[in-house]
Design a protein around this ligand. Sequence first.
Ligand code: PMP
Length: 438
Amino acid sequence: MDNNNTLDAYWMGYTANQHFKAHPRLLEKAKGMYYWTPEGRKILDATAGLWCVNAGHNREKIVTAIQQQAATLDFAPAFQMGHPKAFELAKKLVAITPENLNHVFFTNSGSESVDTALKIALAYHQLTGEGRRTRLIGRERAYHGVNFGGMSVGGIAVNRKLFPNLLAQVDHLPHTHDLARNQFSLGVPVYGVDKAERLEQILQLHDPSTVAAVIIEPIAGSTGVLIPPAGYLQRIREICDQYGVLLIFDEVITGFGRLGKPFAADCFNISPDIMVTAKGLTNGAVPMGAVFVSDKIYSAFRQDDPMAINFYHGYTYSAHPLACAAAIGTLETYQEENLLYKASELAEYWQHALHSLADLPYVIDIRNLGLVGAIELEPRKNEPNKRAFQVYLDMFEQGVLVRTTGDVIALSPPLIISKPEVDQIIITLRQVLKQLSS
Ligand code: PMP
């Protein structure tokens, strides 16, 4: 196969295109915990696709729901009109979201959900007579997708550097990762709650009555699986409450059972004002995102006059019938198999298995929570990220798909994973890490 000709037209995201096309890795088929390559190699999926295939691949109920929907209603306009599955899905979703989040706005991705949430927060303050609240606060090492709002509140220098015109009036909290104090800590780190106090300082610097919202990933996934220290998120919530600032949780990764409860908000016992989701919402089968808001926020947008829309926002494909069908099939699968709580059953085994790798060369930290894990490697001198990328390539050769971000190997298997499959991931990692060249 002449890869250059066959593969050249597709400009792939977050990929070194020419390098990849010279050495392509393709996936052709998937079922349950596994992918298959075009050559027929079976690959254990230790990343749930991209943190989204929580129920495992090609689940029958989801596939059938999509097929039936495509044959029944392919598309319906989403403005001043609806279709029954959208309302059915919304009702089913708010039954499992934290108690105060009873309304949902549909999007098509995590990035769209983030920007929708930021717009909702800013518009809410405008509509409730607090139009001075225009500032947004994100965090260093946060990933909130690739749209302009999400990039602005995000904290990844390489994503931002070609775009000087990001949103104005955005500040960043420090991230919570503290390797010196939390190395090899199990579950939630104990030290570092003082980092939340920085929010108070940022608010005072600007006058708290000018701040609209703080956006936080309960676990920063894409930048290395940074688990919040005990009490950190609670303190952020308290400070937001004290100053009338909205708290947005970006649960694109943590939502739908990843941590052993439906949402991270449940695990940490916190009610955000707005919750951003995507990925696990449809088990990755059809693109969809959803932004959940509190009753307080929804009622500020109350619209009884058909000509007085006060939130001029929405996507052609919001609540797309195929996505709604996929999400309903997904929720039913999650519920039938208790998958939203399943990670808590395996969390201890998972923790023990991951931390058994602590003795291997170059491993400088291991982190875990629910069915999320990270192994941080010492960066190679003058060649950061290369060591972890090598692990990714070697693992793929050995039949296990992992993900890397910087020098961190990130793991987030489908929630249907069994103990022998956990063992397979760990045994393969041990083998590959042992053979890493200096
Ligand atoms: N927020 C978070 C926390 C994410 O992890 C991601 C994707 N990894 C996004 C937003 C963006 O989602 P998408 O790629 O669907 O736009």
